[in-house]
Design a protein. Structure first.
Length: 236
């Protein structure tokens, strides 16, 4: 969340001369503890609050969602979760085994440092070290470009980015998960399973500038920043 919040903070500062918003990373655990201990007015947490965190207030500002994509020419239209895990761990290596053509599957895998990788491996209960990678790829745009160049490839990307690229004519298809279509609408509603809320956290109900900043982060004034970071806004 830190890169997004830094840009939101910079925009907030331009509208409030004299106000400075300091954004520090460190993971969701730090965001929770700093908010709880009063070290920060607002914490960042890239998940929903748990039952053990009911003493805190959570304000989801966007959602992060990941989907699998295939080349549009690939006849496979859906994969079961077990099949996906088997493909990524090398137990299934040919598209024919999952209803596709007789061709070797090219697994395109982002680096472990990407948040999408964490979300993907957690959902499918895959250890990153067990993934059998054909090619390591970078950001969402690079992943899509690499897949378009290889009709037998599979990779995972931000739903928002994949949706926009498909609508712009990129020859890709977004696979459903557990029968739920990969779409911004389903992420926004919370129905798409590989997603999580990006949450701002406070120790009590926010007041003053903290309240103004959270309201700003939830407003249409930052929707373009949310989209630029390949997240899904809660706003239609």
């Amino acid at each position: 969340m830190a890169p997004l919040m830094k840009e939101i903070a910079a925009r907030f500062e331009t509208l409030h001369p004299g106000v400075r918003v300091e954004v520090k990373g460190g993971g969701s655990g730090r965001g929770i503890s700093d908010a709880r201990e009063g070290k920060a007015d607002i914490g960042m947490c890239s998940r929903a609050l748990t039952d053990r965190e009911k003493d805190l207030q959570g304000f989801p500002i966007a959602r992060d969602g990941v989907c699998l994509i295939l080349h549009a020419s690939n006849p496979v239209s859906a994969l079961k979760s077990r099949q996906i895990a088997d493909i990524y761990t090398g137990k299934v290596t040919n598209w024919k085994a999952v209803g596709g053509r007789d061709a070797r599957i090219a697994v395109l895998t982002p680096a472990m440092t990407y948040s999408s990788t964490e979300l993907f491996t957690t959902f499918f209960a895959i250890s990153y070290s067990d993934i059998k990678t054909h090619q390591q790829v970078g950001d969402n745009a690079t992943r899509i470009t690499s897949l378009v160049a290889n009709p037998d490839a599979i990779t995972f990307v931000s739903v928002g980015e994949a949706e926009r690229r498909a609508q712009a004519g990129a020859p890709i298809k977004l696979l459903p998960i557990d029968g739920v279509a990969a779409s911004s609408k389903n992420i926004r509603s919370g129905n798409f399973p590989i997603s999580r809320p990006l949450t701002l956290v406070t120790r009590g109900l926010p007041t003053g500038l903290a309240k103004q900043f959270i309201e700003f982060s939830l407003s249409s004034q930052v929707s373009d920043l949310v989209l630029a970071h390949d997240f899904v806004s809660y706003l239609d």
